[in-house]
Design a protein around this ligand. Sequence first.
Ligand code: UD1
Length: 371
Amino acid sequence: MEGSTRIKKRIMNIVGARPNFMKIAPIQRIMAGSGCLEPILVHTGQHYDEAMSKIFFEDLEMPRPDYFLGVGSGSHAEQTATIMLKLEQIIDRIAPDMILVVGDVNSTLAASIVAAKLHIPIAHVEAGLRSFDRQMPEEINRILTDAVSDLLFITEDSARINLLREGVDPEKIHFVGNVMIDSLLHFKGKADGSNIMDQLDLHHAPYALLTLHRPSNVDFRQTFVQILDALDDVQQRIRIIFPIHPRTRKMIDQFGLSKRVANMENFSLIDPLGYLEFLKLMVNASFVLTDSGGIQEETTVLSIPCLTLRTNTERPSTVDIGTNILVGMDPDKIRRHSFDILDGKIKRGTVPPLWDGKAATRIVEVLEQYR
Ligand code: UD1
């Protein structure tokens, strides 16, 4: 009888930008089956294009958001402030028992500040990661979100060390594994059914997969051109598929590089892909070149060599035990490591502990027990 009168704890799950969707999907799914938690899904609208948002809801079988804030693009301050103003009204109205944020995007930080000031407990999934590079907007978001969070769910041991160094109470830290890998393992079979390889005519020859959107790589002409120089050489030996982020497309136009890119014959620039199509391309790629955070982790689990075009990573386990190599923006290094792979010199790795597809289940167990 007790069960029928008990009110479920309301957990407000926040998503905003592309890398949030695959992290929230398994949490939202497991939470929906919990006897004592009621998930409420809020989409800030930080990403709003069909290809950056809507297709992910379909691919990941996510419910429609209960609330959509429609904030869109803007400067960091504008975007963060707009999310804060709109979310405050919703939190006031529905009085959640907790908010849950994932990753390190502006929506993550904005939601955390609002909740902290309204004395709503905060759970941060993927806490404690540090690149130690404060030029990255995400690093600021990570540090500040962790500072106000009550539950810190970590993916790897480096995160615990970072949090303890920042004075976090060890009782708040829970090593649960990696929710992004929950989605990867859950949807890998379904992704295999995608016909993206036929569409791009990729069955007959090997290819490399590229993503590039970090401001540090694409917002400065000289850096961007150096990276393109290296990629130009690589594409002479292997076709490169490049699903392009809107920010990067804008910068190519702005820097007058459209012709240069069009002249690279084996370099296929395509629109951003959905989750399942991208996963299919990753699984079948010879190697991946990227400046994304999550892709470093996904390639490690898939045993696909990954060259990360950054000088640091907040995900050191992918380098220490996974397939990831940091090549930075140095064109010689990008070339050399790509050619090594093409010549069969391939870094092998293993899967980090608890990246086993059950992270969301562990998170929900902790939330059910909380207070
Ligand atoms: C954001 C995250 C980054 C994440 C990336 C993945 C922050 C600080 N950054 O970066 O950590 O790796 O998402 O995609 O939160 N735009 C569109 N359509 C969209 C979204 C964006 O055209 O649906 C364009 C706009 O011109 C916008 C620009 O992309 O100004 C940047 O978008 P923004 O959300 O500010 O950051 P991202 O670069 O996408």
